[in-house]
Design a protein around this ligand. Structure first.
Ligand SMILES: Cc1cc2nc3c(=O)[nH]c(=O)nc-3n(C[C@H](O)[C@H](O)[C@H](O)COP(=O)(O)OP(=O)(O)OC[C@H]3O[C@@H](n4cnc5c(N)ncnc54)[C@H](O)[C@@H]3O)c2cc1C
Length: 321
């Protein structure tokens, strides 16, 4: 199965053994990357759920990403990519593949209108701050969006009437074979919470930098708008609780998933430590010790209740690992 989405799970292939993991770890260390063996994914996802990966790698520069991808591809071995982990629901058993954690890819931002280039691991909030401080509009709609800018692009994140598809000018990508590719906006196929990269890039490509279109704007206007959106987010979403954002896609503009879940009487219901937020029906929160099994069972219960009440089948927005 060669490529569909840059953000899809690892592609099926030969298994990872102890020797291959040790070899990759040595290569990563040689590239100056931090690594951690048997690292629990729950420590790196906002939901706080998920078992171990045999190896987590934090690349400092895109060349290290390229080296890892090339090495894995030559051996037919798969990898997974993690940004801020704010849209991932990882299984209790963990994953078989090493995880490339891009939160370390943060050096080399270059804010020069009409574009601003950010390394993929840059928190989206930091990219917004940096452009707003320079008096540049483009990312204000992303106020309150957690995670990295690479993750936001991979999932075409959107809120307050904006989405990444509307602002991306160019992407720097390491393809499935470990080769550097520059993709212009017209090569990108966007849809609701999806980005499809050209098939020629192969499976599980990694976005290493994102150039967004920016334009001069009065800094006080930008700050004012951002404050307003922050306030609205705090009022309508369980901002302090552990969660992974909206669990379900909105089926259509007339039927927001949160409203459907509310109508089906699911607000506040729980299984184990997993609970549907009282504040927003499309947010599932971890009250402390929720497991993947709890979250999975609760998602199934909500889907069933909504289908029975409205006839609509909800589709998941979160990425399951
Ligand atoms: C409180 C809260 C509020 C949220 N509000 C919103 C909202 O309003 N709108 C919205 O759209 N989302 C929202 N989300 C979901 C999430 O924050 C966004 O989707 C975010 O942009 C994901 O970025 P991330 O770095 O955390 O990605 P991750 O969760 O780390 O990854 C998501 C997917 O993208 C892939 N990926 C990550 N980085 C890369 C990369 N560089 N190259 C290729 N693939 C990559 C991963 O493999 C994974 O499949 C919210 C989440 C929370 C917790």
């Amino acid at each position: 199965m060669m490529n569909a989405h840059a953000h899809d799970n690892a592609f099926p292939c030969a298994g990872w053994g102890v020797t291959a993991v040790a070899e990759l770890e040595a290569i990563c260390r040689g590239e100056g990357c931090e690594t951690a063996a048997d690292e629990a994914l729950g420590r790196h996802t906002s939901m706080g759920v998920g078992g171990p990966t045999p190896l987590m790698v934090w690349p400092r520069h895109p060349e290290a990403v390229a080296r890892v991808l090339e090495w894995c591809t030559e051996r037919g071995l798969a990898w997974r990519i993690l940004g801020g982990g704010t849209n991932v629901l990882a299984s209790d058993a963990g994953v078989a593949e090493p995880v490339i954690n891009l939160t370390s890819l943060i050096d080399g931002a270059d804010v020069h209108p009409p574009t601003a280039l950010f390394p993929a691991g840059t928190p989206t909030a930091q990219a917004l701050r940096a452009s707003a401080h320079a008096g540049l509009a483009g990312l204000v709609w992303s106020t309150g969006l957690p995670g990295t800018i690479g993750g936001a692009v991979a999932g075409n994140a959107g809120c307050w009437g904006g989405q990444m598809a509307d602002v991306v000018a160019r992407l720097e990508v390491i393809d499935g074979a470990g080769k550097w590719q520059t993709l212009e906006a017209d090569e990108l196929a966007w849809s609701y919470r999806r980005l499809q990269l050209p098939a020629r890039l192969g499976a599980a490509s990694v976005i290493v930098a994102v150039a967004v279109n920016v334009r001069p704007e009065d800094p006080s206007k930008l700050t004012g708008r951002s404050f307003e959106l922050q306030h609205r987010k705090r009022e309508s979403q369980p901002v302090g609780a552990r969660n992974a954002g909206c669990i379900f896609k909105n089926p259509d503009p007339e039927h927001a998933a949160g409203w459907l879940i509310d109508q089906a009487g699911c607000k506040g219901i729980g299984i184990g430590d997993a609970q549907i937020s009282e504040l927003h029906g499309n947010f599932l929160i971890n009250r402390g010790g929720a497991t993947y099994a709890d979250v999975d069972a609760l998602i199934t219960r909500v889907k069933t209740a909504v289908r029975e009440q409205s006839g609509i089948t909800l589709e998941e927005e979160i990425r399951r690992w």
